[in-house]
Write a protein that binds this ligand. Structure first.
Ligand code: FMN
Length: 208
C-alpha cells in the first residue's frame, strides 16, 4: 500500500497571496480530474467542550474570502458541538492528486437569508428530507423515517414551496490557517501553511 508520488514541487513563491485564491487554483484542478468524485466533499471535525473530537463528511457549497460554507442540521452532533465550541477543522482529501488541504477556523451560522437562498436551490425531495430527519438522534426504524417523509410529501406536494426548517442552515468556517499539502517521493512532501496575521497572511513551510 506504499505509493511513491510523482508530482511537481509546491514553492512558497508560486503560491497566491491569499489562501482562498490558492484554494481556487487547486479546487479547479481537482474538479477537472475525473478520478476525484465529489471534489467538494470535505471532512469536518469538531470537538465537544470536554475535548472529545468527532468527524464526518459534508459538502462544501460555497466559499469566498469570508469563509467556507456547508449546510446541516443545527441540532445534529456537529451543530451542537460547534455551538458550544466553535473551533472547527475542514479537510479535503484529494488522494488521486496526492494533495490535501486543511483549514482551521471559527464556525459561525450563516444568516437566514443565505440559508433560505440555498434551500430554494435544493430539489423538492431534499427540502422535505431536511425536515424529515432529526439528524444524529436515535430513531426507531427506517420505516419511521420514511413515514415522516411521506407525511411531509403529502403536506407539501411538489412543486409547493417547502418552508426552510428553523433548525437547518449554513455554517461558515472563517479560516485562521489553511495548509496546502502536496505529496512527493521519499516522503519529502510539501506543506505550506497560511496563517492569518491581522489583515494579512503569513506562509510557513512545515516539515512533512
Ligand atoms: C459524501 C457525503 C456528503 C455529505 N454531505 C453532508 C452535508 O452536506 N451536510 C450534512 O449535514 N451531512 C452530510 N453528510 C452526512 C454526514 O457525514 C453525517 O452523517 C451527518 O451530517 C451527521 O453527522 P453528525 O451526527 O456528526 O452531526 C454527507 C455524507 C457523505 C458521505
Amino acid at each position: 500500500m506504499r505509493e511513491q508520488y510523482r508530482t511537481t514541487e509546491l514553492l512558497a513563491a508560486d503560491l497566491a497571496p491569499e489562501p482562498v485564491e490558492q484554494f481556487t487554483r487547486w479546487f479547479k484542478e481537482t474538479a477537472a480530474n475525473p478520478a476525484i468524485h465529489e471534489p467538494n466533499a470535505m471532512i469536518v471535525s469538531t470537538a465537544a467542550p470536554d475535548g472529545r473530537p468527532s468527524s464526518r463528511t459534508v459538502l462544501l457549497k460555497h466559499y469566498d474570502e469570508a469563509g467556507f460554507v456547508f449546510f446541516t442540521n443545527y441540532e445534529s452532533r456537529k451543530g451542537r458541538e460547534l455551538e458550544a465550541n466553535p473551533h472547527a477543522s475542514l479537510l479535503f482529501p484529494w488522494h488521486p492528486l496526492a494533495r490535501q488541504v486543511i483549514i482551521t477556523g471559527l464556525a459561525v451560522p450563516t444568516g437566514r437569508d443565505e440559508t433560505a437562498a440555498y434551500f430554494r436551490t435544493r430539489p423538492h425531495g431534499s427540502q422535505l428530507g431536511a425536515w424529515a430527519s432529526p439528524q444524529s438522534t436515535v430513531i426507531p426504524s427506517r420505516a419511521d423515517l420514511l413515514a415522516r417523509y411521506d407525511e411531509l410529501a403529502a403536506r407539501y406536494p411538489d412543486p409547493e414551496q417547502v418552508p426552510v426548517p428553523p433548525n437547518w442552515g449554513g455554517i461558515r468556517v472563517i479560516p485562521d490557517t489553511v495548509e496546502f499539502w502536496q505529496g512527493h517521493e521519499n516522503r519529502l512532501h510539501d506543506r505550506l501553511r497560511y496563517r492569518r496575521h491581522a489583515e494579512t497572511w503569513h506562509v510557513d513551510r512545515l516539515a512533512p
